[in-house]
Design a binder for this molecule. Structure first.
Ligand code: NAD
Length: 294
């Protein structure tokens, strides 16, 4: 039976560490970290995510600013608003919640954020620096995965890691990070996607599986080698009348059966999700302390 990689408890520990750091900053009269979040439109899930991020900031003692705009805002006006936040010296970290309405280019908005304030790590400068193993903001989910592996002392060096999914925000960056020199890292990485010829065969060879494809319970026990480490990034809402919310969250891994074979496994919920939230706080702290771009 696998050991659970408990993201909830680990993220609590990280948030407590950040809170203590903020108290030290306050005590020494230093700069209190300040995160600005931009929300466009009224998408329910985005609203939940942004509110959670603002709540997290308040909880650790950060300042936060939430700028909300109507879904009809023009691209030009949004770019100006982002620039104003770039120019505000009190704001250390700046995020724009995705998705954006169709008439606004995600690329343009992402590139408008100054790399020094891009605590989501989506700007091409940060992605490039991350790939070159230079100091960079690493996007929250890949960073959270690495931190979880590190805090549970999971060996990655020399291991064969199979990543399923090649998105810009999870699959691609985590594949680079796992192959990079460092700890965690130094793994031999196979990046699988929707065009991979025999995905099950690839996954079966993995010492570490990172599933980030967004297909509920896709990874089954027959695809998992005995003793593999299984990181489940997927989150899909499945209708469930027994829940107050009307849905339950399901990962990309068939948890009950894979748990029997794996050495370590992340649950959904309570695995990668909470780590993602803690990582954004950590990046904002780094921004306030000018640790990445000094
Ligand atoms: P995405 O839709 O952008 O990318 C999915 C990737 O999976 C694509 O590269 C695609 O090629 C690949 N894929 C799809 N079907 C496949 C198949 N049958 N076989 C092999 N590859 C396949 O998704 P994303 O943004 O990377 O998110 C993936 C999942 O992770 C979603 O469920 C999302 O909700 C979740 N997520 C969770 C967190 C978190 O904090 N836990 C953060 C981000 C995303």
């Amino acid at each position: 039976m696998a050991t659970r990689l408990d993201g909830k408890t680990t993220s609590r520990t990280i948030r407590d560490e950040i809170k203590a750091e903020v108290q030290t900053i306050v005590h020494q009269g230093g700069k209190i970290p300040h995160l600005a979040a931009v929300l466009v439109g009224e998408d329910g899930a985005s609203e939940t995510y942004v509110n959670g991020k603002v709540r997290d900031c308040n909880e650790v003692g950060f300042k936060s600013t939430l700028r909300r705009f109507d879904a009809t805002i023009s691209e030009e006006d949004l770019l100006k608003e982002v620039q104003a936040l770039n120019d505000d010296p009190d704001i250390d970290g700046l995020i724009v919640q995705l998705p954006l309405p169709d008439h606004i280019s995600v690329e343009k908005v992402t590139e408008q954020i100054r790399p020094e304030k891009d605590v989501d790590g989506f700007h091409p400068v940060n992605v490039g620096r991350m790939a070159k193993n230079l100091p960079a903001y690493i996007s929250a989910t890949p960073f959270g995965i690495l931190e979880l592996l590190k805090r549970y002392n999971v060996e990655t060096s020399g291991k064969h890691c199979v990543v399923i999914g090649r998105s810009d925000i999870v699959g691609s960056p985590v594949s680079i990070l796992m192959a990079r020199k460092g700890n965690p890292g130094n793994a031999t990485v196979t990046l699988c996607h929707s065009r991979t010829a025999d995905l099950a065969a690839e996954v079966r060879r993995a010492d570490i599986i990172i599933a980030a494809l967004g297909k509920p319970e896709f990874v089954t026990a027959d695809m998992v080698k005995e003793g593999a480490v299984v990181i489940d990034v997927g989150i899909t809402r499945i209708p469930d009348e027994t829940k107050k919310s009307g849905f339950r969250l399901v990962g990309d891994v068939k948890f009950e059966e894979v748990e029997q074979k794996a050495s370590f496994i992340t649950p959904v919920p309570g695995g990668v999700g909470p780590m993602t939230r803690a990582s954004l706080l950590y990046n904002t702290l780094l921004a306030a302390q000018r640790k990445i771009y000094s």
